[in-house]
Design a protein around this ligand. Structure first.
Ligand code: SF4
Ligand code: MG
Length: 337
């Protein structure tokens, strides 16, 4: 298969005392080998839950995979793997980079040990070779004097350097799939740019396919080839970066793009909130989940959730405005090219 990952109609819920939260409500997408795919959307849209479900990092309970399929590398059905199988896959074929390296690095263990531990366990290489690999990989992520720094602890590194170490740990096993969840959010703007540059060059140098989860459209433009826009647990639009930035079709995507500061302004490109709040996922609305915030909402929007309309091989969006009988609306001037 030319796809490293195929996600079909994935549904994930959380059981809580207050009831069941439908965090992911039928998500489908694929990731080609060597591709960088961005998943964007506000917090709570299900992007992190989707990623963590792909790596099976959320304990069950409270999370429950309610349906769908996650096919990895054409063979492994992730939803059916045992915890033991998943541990092996995570140690040898998947890597994850989190927002805050301090919470995912072990403060009591040297950086070198944290890189070599997984290598020795999952790749069955001896400690001398693992050390060599650790030094090589730290060099690759731009850490100088790696021979000395492998003996240091996380607190001896700056925030940006710690994120480089996280990336090194994730890359050490030469993963086929790398998932980066808000990899630059906790860093200041200059360091953000350096980490984006690093990830971009790594995506060119390594074979890894990458999913980058972000609310920063600057990261999308810099790194990704394709984008998925999620809202209230569903994919509402997907396309190439050009299709999404220059020919967006979903009112929610219009809202996201409108909120991007101009590139010539010296600010970061974090999203400015769109008025209103996402729906309650304890009891999702029966129609379009964006209707309560959408300036174009029609009667049909409240009744029936729109299917995706296919616009090109790569571009689709789920909105009633794309129905042939829908009224023609003027898209916001400031959106698109
Ligand atoms: Fe707005 Fe209706 Fe489209 Fe939903 S389906 S985004 S409410 S126009
Ligand atoms: Mg998140």
């Amino acid at each position: 298969s030319e796809n490293i990952l195929e996600v079909k109609d994935l549904k994930v819920s959380f059981r809580t005392y207050a009831g069941e939260v439908q965090a992911v409500r039928g998500v489908s997408f694929h990731l080609k080998k060597g591709e960088v795919l961005a998943i964007v959307g506000e917090s709570g849209c299900g992007k992190s839950v989707t990623a963590q479900t792909i790596m099976r990092l959320i304990p069950s309970p409270p999370s429950v995979i309610k349906g769908g399929s996650i096919r990895f590398d054409g063979r492994t059905e992730i939803t059916q793997c045992s915890n033991k199988q998943m541990e092996k896959i995570r140690g040898s074929e998947m890597g994850m980079i989190f927002q805050d390296p301090m919470t995912s690095l072990n403060p009591t263990m040297t950086i070198g040990k944290q890189i070599t531990e997984g290598l020795m366990k999952h790749q069955k290489i001896n400690s001398a070779d693992a050390n060599k690999r650790a030094i090589e990989i730290l060099k690759m992520v731009g850490i100088s004097n790696p021979e000395g720094r492998i003996h240091q602890y996380p607190h001896e590194f700056s925030g940006g350097m710690r994120q480089r170490v996280m990336i090194a740990i994730a890359l050490a096993c030469s993963p086929k799939l790398l998932i980066a969840d808000e990899p630059t959010t906790a860093l200041d703007v200059t360091i953000q740019a350096q980490i984006i540059d690093l990830m971009k060059s790594l995506s060119e140098k390594t074979e890894a396919s990458i999913i980058v989860i972000t609310h920063d459209l600057g990261v999308v433009a810099e790194m990704a080839q394709r984008v998925i826009v999620m809202y209230a647990g569903k994919v509402v639009e997907q396309g190439t970066v050009d299709e999404l930035f220059y020919n967006p079709q979903h009112p929610y995507t219009w809202g996201l793009l409108k909120s991007v500061p101009r590139l010539d302004q010296d600010t970061d490109s974090d999203l400015v909130p769109i008025p209103g709040t996402p729906p309650d996922l304890f009891a999702p609305p029966k129609g379009c989940a964006f209707a309560a915030r959408c300036p174009y909402a029609m009667k049909a929007c409240l009744e029936i959730d729109p299917e995706h309309t296919v616009l090109t091989d790569t571009h689709s969006a789920a909105c009633w405005l794309l129905h042939p009988d829908a009224p023609k609306v003027e898209r916001p001037q400031e959106v698109g090219g």
